[in-house]
Design a protein around this ligand. Sequence first.
Ligand code: UN1
Length: 511
Amino acid sequence: MSALTASAIADLLARLELAPENPGAFDGAWIETTGARVESLNPATGEPIAAVRSCSPEEYDRVAAASLRAFEEWRTWPAPKRGEIVRQVGEALRAHKEDLGLLVTLEVGKVRTEGLGEVQEMIDMADFCVGLSRQLYGLSMHSERPQHRMYEQWHPLGPVGIITAFNFPVAVWAWNALLAAVCGDSNLWKPSQHAPLTALAVTRIAARVLAANGAPAIFNLAFGDRRAVGGPMVQDTRIPLISATGSVAMGKQIGRDLADRLGRAILELGGNNGILVTDDADLDLALRAVLFAAVGTAGQRCTTTRRLLLQKGIAAEMKRRLVQAYGSIRIGDPADPATVMGPLIHANAVADYRRALETAVAQGGRILHGGKVLDRPGFFVEPTLVEAIPHMPITCEETFAPILYLFEFDTLDEAIALHNAVPQGLSSSIFTLNMRSAERFLAATGSDCGIANVNIGTSGAEIGGAFGGEKETGGGREAGSDSWKVYMRRQTCTINWGETLPLAQGVKFDL
Ligand code: UN1
C-alpha cells in the first residue's frame, strides 16, 4: 500500500502539467518526438507512472540547433540581467518545491525529506548563481612593457550538454544549467532514462520564466538513450562542453569521444567513499553520520559511504552500535514521512546488490547485518554491513546499493593508505577529536579525494563548494567555488596605449 493513492499521483502529475504520454524534447516548444517510448516506473511499486517518447537523431539535431541559436542571443545579455532570470527560476522552483519534491520521491524513490532536499539544492544553486552573475571576475596583470595593459576576461562558451543520472535527477541539472545560464551559455539536457518526468517538469518551469521575460530558450531538453542522444551530443562540435554524471565506463567513453574532437569535459563518475573513525572520536556523532551517509538515498549517492575504517580500540563498540541501528531502520514506502530508507531504482540494481554480496562472501567477507532482498513489490533491499578484508577486490568497486564494508586499523597512516587504495577519489571523512589526526587526514599526503571532511559524513555536500573528485571519479568540478570558469572561455588581452612597439622578452626586431 502506497501513501500516494492513484488519484494523488494523477493530481500531482496534472499540477506539474505531465500527461500519461509526454513528448521528450524541448527547444522553446515541445517537439512531438518519435523515438522509443519509455515508461517511468515508480520504484516503490514497480508500476509505470507515465511514459515519455525519446528523440530520434533528427529531433536531437533540431534541439541542438535551437540551443545554438539561443546561445547566440543569450550571450549578448549582460551577466547581471542573466542573473535576474536565474533569480526568477529560483523563485519558480520555490513555488513548486512541494510538488517537485514529491515527484522526485515518486519517480526515483527518495524519501520525502531527501526529495525536498533535492529541490532545495536547485534553489540554493539559483541563489548562488544570482550573486555570481555580478562576480565573473578576471584578473588584471602588470605588463612587462611600458604603456601596456594586460587583463583577462571571461566570455560565454556555447551550448553546454548536460547528462544527468537518476539519483540526483534535477539538482545536478541545476549545478550545471544555472551556472551555465549566468555564464551566458545555453544548455541541452539529456536526463536519465529512469527519471524523465522530473526533468520534463523542471524544464517546463524554467522555460516559463524565460518566455515571460522574452529571453531566448536556453533551457533545452533531449530525452533518449546513448544511441539517440548521448552519442550524437558528445560528438557534436556545436556543443563545446559536456558535463556528465554517471558510471566510470560511461565517463571513459565520453572522455575518449570528446578527446577526439578536443571538446571540454566535466566528468563526475563513481565514488567509493570512506570514513575513518579513530579511537578518540565522538562515537555518537560518528554513528549518526555513518547512518545517513551509508543508508541515506538507499546507498545510491555518488557520495554514499561504502567503506568504514575503524580503529581497533573502538571497532567492536562501533560494530555493536551499527548492527543495533541498522536493525531499526524503517524501510518502506518513500512517500510515507516516517520512512528512512526507500527502494533501489530498478530490478537491475537489486541484481547488482545480490551479486556484490555473493562476491563479497566468496572473497572472505562476513555479513554482519542485512543482505536480503525484501519480499514485497518494488525494489527493496536491506541495508547491509559486511566485515571485509583489506583490499578485497569487491570493496574497490562501486555498487550503487546500501552495502557498507567494515575494516579495522591500528595506525592512522595504515588507515589512510587503505583508504586511498581504491580507483575512485570522490569524498572522504575522518571522525576524530584529535587536531593532529584531522590535519594529517587533510594534508597533501592524506585523503586523495576531491572532498575531505572532518566530523561529518561523506555525503550531503553544500553547493557552495566545488563538487567532484579525482582518479576514476573523473576530475570534474561542478556547483560552487570557481567551477564556473569551465563554462566560459578565458581571453587574455594586452593593450598597447603608447606610440612604440616594444616586444616581450626583450626581443629586438628592427629593420
Ligand atoms: C551525486 O550523488 O551525484 O553531496 C551527487 C551530496 C549531494 C550531491 C550528490 N549534494 O551527497
